[in-house]
Write a protein that binds this ligand. Structure first.
Ligand SMILES: [Mg+2]
Length: 163
């Protein structure tokens, strides 16, 4: 496998299978959902199912990169829900390797690709970077930053066969 300077992995819809928890109307964005729907989503983040094949692939990335980053548009804290704690618990429960978890800063309610771009630029990453995400706008943004991109969840099965 090629050496990568960093691998950035989204969580919702990439590592999680969240359709049982919230089903977005066609074309709707999570940030536009009513407050009570968003709150109920956040209070259940530890219940999400895991996408097939991704755990083993994420472990294999550790041999290819010194820097593995989970990057999510989830808030750190939502109401009285400690989303960071629940997210870390979920990752551990499903056997993902420990890595940096970068989340939406408190009070930031911009669209996912805007917030993620800002967060990634703060990291000042250099070299060969792979970004995996399920949203086209995020993939487009990563592409503009010069990263190699892969669309989840479809990439997991393919990657599990080749790395
Ligand atoms: Mg996602």
């Amino acid at each position: 496998m090629m050496k990568l300077d960093a691998v950035i992995i989204d969580i919702d819809g990439t590592l999680t299978h969240s359709e049982d928890i919230v089903r977005l109307p066609h074309g709707a964005k999570f940030c536009d959902l009513p407050q009570d729907v968003k709150d109920s989503y956040y209070s259940k983040v530890h219940e999400h199912a895991v996408q097939p094949d991704c755990v083993e692939v994420v472990w294999k990335f550790l041999t290819a990169t010194p820097k593995l980053i989970y990057l999510t548009g989830r808030d750190e804290i939502r109401g009285c829900v400690d989303v960071r704690f629940l997210t870390l618990q979920w990752l551990k429960k499903h056997g993902f390797p420990p890595a940096t978890l970068v989340m939406r800063p408190y009070g930031e309610d911009g669209e996912s690709h805007v917030v993620k771009r800002y967060l990634v630029e703060q990291m000042e990453l250099k070299g060969n970077i792979l970004a995996i995400d399920d949203e086209d706008k995020n993939l487009q943004m990563f592409h503009e930053l010069g990263f190699v991109t892969m669309k989840s969840p479809y990439c997991w099965k393919r990657l599990s066969g080749i790395i």
